[in-house]
Design a protein around this ligand. Structure first.
Ligand SMILES: Nc1ncnc2c1ncn2[C@@H]1O[C@H](COP(=O)(O)OP(=O)(O)OP(=O)(O)O)[C@@H](O)[C@H]1O
Ligand SMILES: [Mg+2]
Length: 280
């Protein structure tokens, strides 16, 4: 096909030999199948922030590392330079997460290069060498659903052990190849230790899995892996091979409301008494 403008610099630099076909154009990016270094790969071209649907970026970006204070200051201003810097941090977050997750043994596409706002990565394929289907495109038996769910919970745990929460995990951002699930689409990945919304994001990711797989295996709908995983993480006891139950006990102590009310009443009476003594 004719080379799209966004990929021209890569063709010029010899990183891409040929653009074969468009694969998908989503809200945030356009993905192409390309020939690169003699291999079939894919190229993800990010859309500019103002054309992108993903809102609430601040929620995700909290705690994200920037290169230097000049970049940090620039990002706070809504100038062209500032927006460009924001873009860079956003796009780099996906590349960064892909490298860190691959190193942690999580199944993600192998990244090859990141230039001019384009991510070159492994094309995840099915048994015919075609782009792999998304989880959402498949009909599952309850056994398959249970198996994939269990694999993905383990992947989420491995991710969190590496300090990362996906932040947009769903049946649309998981591909299925011959070996099973591969997690994709990570520009919004969250730094678990530095982000105040981390617990909420982890729980949402995990609940999305339970909701989706629960359609095929309803027993998953009552599991509470998210809270269980977060509690273990917070207490420093989460390991990649940990055995989970899917259950979570919230604090078993029932609040003793009567005695709390009594304490409040006593404190109030004390305060009134002291004020009386002071004033008289
Ligand atoms: N490495 C890959 N191998 C195979 N297919 C891929 C790969 N990366 C992305 N795709 C395909 O391209 C689609 C869009 O990619 P991705 O989810 O990363 O971008 P996006 O802009 O967030 O898309 P969307 O807005 O639809 O979620 C994916 O749903 C998937 O079908
Ligand atoms: Mg996506």
């Amino acid at each position: 096909m004719k080379t799209p403008k966004s990929l021209e610099p890569l063709v010029h630099d010899g990183l891409v030999d040929e653009v074969l076909r468009p694969l998908k154009s989503g809200k945030e990016a356009a993905v192409y199948v390309v020939l690169s270094e003699g291999e079939i790969r894919c190229a993800k071209v990010y859309k500019e922030a103002n054309k992108r649907g993903f809102h609430k970026q601040a929620l995700y970006q909290e705690g994200r590392k920037v290169r230097n204070s000049r970049q940090a200051r620039a990002m706070e201003k809504n100038t062209r330079f500032g927006r460009k810097q924001q873009e860079e941090v956003w796009q780099n977050a996906e590349v960064d997460a892909l490298y860190r997750l691959a190193a942690a043994g999580v199944r993600v596409p192998k990244p090859y290069n990141f230039v001019e706002g384009v991510l070159l990565m492994e094309l995840v394929t099915d048994e015919h060498g075609e782009a792999a289907p998304r989880l959402n495109d498949l009909q599952l038996t309850d056994e398959q659903a249970l198996e994939y769910h269990s694999i993905l919970i383990k992947e989420v745990v491995k991710m969190l052990c590496a300090g990362i929460i996906h932040g947009d995990l769903s049946e649309y951002n998981i591909l299925i190849d011959e070996q099973g699930p591969v997690i994709i689409d990570l520009p919004q990945a969250v730094d678990a230790a530095a982000n105040n919304n981390a617990a909420r994001m982890l729980e949402r990711d995990v609940n999305n899995l339970a909701d989706y797989f629960g359609r095929f295996a309803p027993q998953l709908l009552t599991t509470r892996y998210g809270k269980e995983i977060w509690k273990l993480y917070e207490s420093g006891n989460l390991t990649p091979d940990i055995k989970l139950t899917g259950h979570f006990k919230s604090s078993s102590k029932v609040a003793d409301v009567k005695s709390i009310m009594r304490e409040i009443k006593d404190a109030r009476e004390d305060a009134i008494k002291h004020k009386y003594e002071r004033d008289n």
